[in-house]
Design a protein around this ligand. Structure first.
Ligand code: NI
Length: 163
């Protein structure tokens, strides 16, 4: 198990557009394993490669339905809308209210390079949007409706009732 260092806001890596992953090799397998280990250790639900300093279009997500590894993911369909709270391992201690599609379809490649498609809904759809944004140098504060105060992070907010 190798835990990688998660970079935080201010690190320019988070602001760069990632390059397509072309090789489906051992190096990628190690990156994916390390990213999952790092995400679980940090108790996150998603992690994108630029967050560990790798500028490639790779991310991992586990919202409690099992680990999903997405290479070169593209959102091909968006449906509906949800407004709710969102955080990021690269912005520790902060949360914002972000409006995202309720459902998304994502086309991506798996670790062997095979083309896959998944449909995500609710919090899983939110996580897909959040992680894929990272691959284009975007973080949730760029697209949020508002930032939560420390009191709101601990408590209930009106937007929690929407979902
Ligand atoms: Ni994030």
């Amino acid at each position: 198990m190798a835990i990688r260092k998660i970079v935080t806001l201010g690190d320019e890596t988070l602001r760069k557009e990632c390059r397509k992953q072309e090789k489906f090799d051992l190096r990628l397998a190690i990156l994916l394993k390390d990213m999952a280990d790092t995400m679980y250790r940090a108790e996150g639900v998603g992690l994108a490669a630029p967050q560990v300093g790798v500028l490639r279009r790779v991310c991992v997500i586990d919202v409690g339905e099992g680990l999903v590894e997405m290479i070169n993911p593209v959102i091909t369909k968006r449906e509906g809308e949800q407004t709710g709270r969102e955080g990021c391992l690269s912005l520790p201690g902060r949360q914002g209210v972000v409006t995202r599609p309720m459902k998304v379809t994502v086309n991506y490649q798996d670790r062997r390079g095979a083309f896959q498609q998944l449909n995500a809904e609710g919090f899983f759809a939110r996580a897909c949007c959040h992680e894929i944004d990272h691959l284009d140098g975007r973080v949730y504060i760029d697209v949020m409706d508002r930032e939560l105060t420390p009191e709101e992070i601990e408590g209930h907010i009106p937007e929690d009732d929407d979902e």
